[in-house]
Design a binder for this molecule. Structure first.
Ligand code: NAG
Ligand code: NAG
Ligand code: NAG
Length: 579
């Protein structure tokens, strides 16, 4: 048999590993912290038993979900895509920050009310009579305002099976998610503010078409900047017996326009979060009852309905601890930056690899296919370069079948621990429970990233594709079938990894929109609702009967779109769906 055939067979049937492999429960759900950091730098194969390249993460592990949600906080795009929030984080609104409130009367609210971070949002509520105009209040924070942030589309009123965006706040207000109380917003804000008083909370940050702060007291920690009597923005008289949909749509679209400034990292920076005090419902140790609720469900459908009473009590206890001790010591690690470094280093490269692999699927010429495989191998090499130790080389081909990919384990280990070794060994003593959860999420995420990258790279090396690591006794070019097999294997590995990571940076309009705007279906545009106003008896066919239908026609949004939002290019001015 030719050597490459041996390699192919060896890999296809699962590489033979020399190292004994004891029970591998080591990184099951909620890996014990520090399980992987205390391996001495000077190691032999025995210390690398935990670094098997053919061992994917546990199916119930949530490190990827915690990593993705914690790195998406306060960003409109990921939180519009996945509407059901799973994270609660304390934060501050800094002095000088402006907040806006639209109303029909010239009275500073004496009860908790909503404020917007962008006036485009609050102006929708500036709805006085045409003769008198409407009132638009601008406030400025005079001291740091303490707020609690609910991620996801936590101010959107999604109904029925699509619901879940308010689950996390409902557990605080009513002890459990209450879908039937979806529209009890007045009761919700009153209950939240009353509960928050003991912790000095000034408000609650949420998101729907844009970000908002539910402000508990309009005279505490804020000063009136202006209280302007604006020309009424009341929607004009009905046209042909129908409300002026065109105008409603224009106003709503301008809110989405302002939210597009917060689409991606760093998102809405007027709220600044303290991740050392974050609570995640993907924390399987704190919320074990949710593990079985999520089993077999797609991420879109994850929600908190069905949380046990014990887990709800655990939430309140954790919030009590974390909100009572605001000066609790922490490690000082800048978690958002750590997430960003890992995403920056890999997001583009993985995207490029996927494109390069897709391109190979139509190549007829065998030499060209081989050339492209080597180009891809070079990109894999770029990713592993900082960890490709001089000593990590494959043995000669006669030994290869025996050792499989075990020679690459030090590279895997080096890659997977690069960002966290010191954090976990020297700083974990000062960490809050939230920080330990975040560290575990980073470790699980980098581990799987590196496992797949190193496995793909090692496969190329062992098949003689690598520019820098040649096998001594390599013979001639690879047969086409072997190259095709490697490419197929790479595609499967990469797709699996990118699906598992599910980073929102990969969700974009392809090709990009040029002068149009990339839009992701946003509640209430095109969403079914029995509450949104204005259903009308059927006039002519083709005419939109409801605001939802109008929005639907205008944005080209269809039902599959709002259930599983996909990005699309829309025009910046009416008609929005015009192509
Ligand atoms: C609102 O804040 C002001 C100023 O701190 C305080 O005097 C007032 O009692 C507060 N109102 C309520 C309802 O707590
Ligand atoms: C995942 O969790 C579900 C529900 O608790 C359980 O039935 C299943 O066995 C778990 N799977 C693994 C691989 O641990
Ligand atoms: C391959 O390596 C092994 C172990 O180092 C050695 O015994 C063997 O002679 C080598 N074979 C070839 C063909 O070089």
């Amino acid at each position: 048999m030719m050597w490459w055939v041996d390699v192919l067979v060896g890999l296809t049937c699962g590489a033979v590993i020399l190292v004994p492999t004891p029970s591998t429960a080591a990184h099951a759900v909620q890996t014990p912290l520090g399980a992987h950091h205390d391996i001495p730098l000077d190691f032999g194969y025995d210390e690398l038993v935990d670094w098997r390249l053919d061992e994917p993460p546990d199916a119930n592990a949530t490190g990827n979900l915690i990593f993705e949600t914690a790195s998406s906080l306060l960003q409109f795009w990921p939180n519009t895509r996945y509407r059901n929030g799973h994270t609660i984080v304390p934060g501050v609104v800094r002095p000088g920050t402006l907040l806006y409130h639209g109303t029909s009367k010239q009275e500073v609210p004496s009860v908790p009310e909503w404020t917007a971070t962008d006036p485009e949002h609050s102006l929708a509520f500036c709805q006085g009579r045409t003769e008198t105009g409407c009132w638009h209040l601008t406030l400025a924070a005079t001291r740091p305002l303490q707020v609690l942030y609910f991620d996801g589309s936590s101010a959107s009123k999604l109904q029925g099976n699509q619901g879940g965006s308010m689950d996390s706040q409902d557990i605080i207000t009513w002890g459990e998610p209450k879908p039937e109380w979806l529209y009890k917003e007045r009761e919700r804000i009153a209950a939240l503010c009353e509960w928050g008083q003991q912790y000095g909370l000034d408000g609650f940050a949420r998101m729907q078409m844009d970000f908002e702060i539910m402000l508990c007291n309009f005279t505490a920690g804020v000063e009136v900047v202006t209280f302007a009597n604006l020309a009424s923005l009341k929607i004009g008289p009905p046209q042909d017996g129908r409300p002026n949909y065109k105008h409603i749509m224009f106003r709503a679209t301008e809110i989405i326009h302002s939210s597009s400034w917060h689409y991606r990292y760093p998102g809405e920076t007027r709220v600044q979060l303290d991740l050392a005090r974050l609570v995640s419902f993907y924390d399987t140790a704190l919320f074990p009852s949710l593990v079985s609720q999520r089993a077999g469900q797609e991420r879109w459908d994850h929600r908190l309905l069905g949380i046990s009473a014990a887990d709800s009590a655990a939430l309140m206890k954790r919030l009590d601890e974390t909100l009572s001790k605001q000066d609790q010591t922490n490690s000082g690690v800048d978690w958002p930056t750590l997430f960003r470094v890992i995403i920056d280093r890999h997001a583009d490269r993985l995207d490029l690899l996927r494109d390069l692999l897709a391109d190979t699927s139509t190549v007829m010429d065998s030499d060209e296919l081989y050339r492209q495989a080597r180009v891809i191998q070079l990109q894999l090499r770029v990713i592993v370069t900082p960890y490709a130790l001089h000593s990590a080389t494959p043995p000669n081909s006669s030994m290869l079948q025996q050792v499989g990919t075990s020679w690459a384990k030090p590279v895997f280990r080096g890659c997977a621990t690069a960002h966290t070794t010191v954090i976990s060994s020297l700083l974990s003593g000062q960490m809050t429970p939230s920080e330990r959860l975040l560290l575990d999420a980073v470790q699980q995420t980098t581990r799987e990233l590196c496992r797949v990258m190193v496995k793909m790279w090692a496969k190329g090396v062992m098949n003689g594709l690598d520019e820098y690591l040649w096998l001594d006794d390599r013979e001639g070019d690879l047969p086409r079938a072997v190259v095709e097999g490697i490419l197929q294997d790479w595609r499967t590995e990469l797709d699996g990894l990118m699906t598992w990571l599910d980073w929102s940076v990969w969700i974009k309009c392809r090709p990009s929109c040029g002068p149009k705007r990339c839009y992701i279906p946003t509640w209430p545009f095109g969403f079914p609702s029995d509450k949104l106003p204005m259903s009308f008896p059927a006039p002519e066919l083709q005419q939109p009967q409801t605001l939802e239908q109008f929005m639907h026609l205008q944005t080209g949004t269809n039902f599959a779109d709002w259930e599983r939002p996909q990005p699309k290019c829309i025009r910046r001015v009416q008609p929005y769906a015009g192509f």
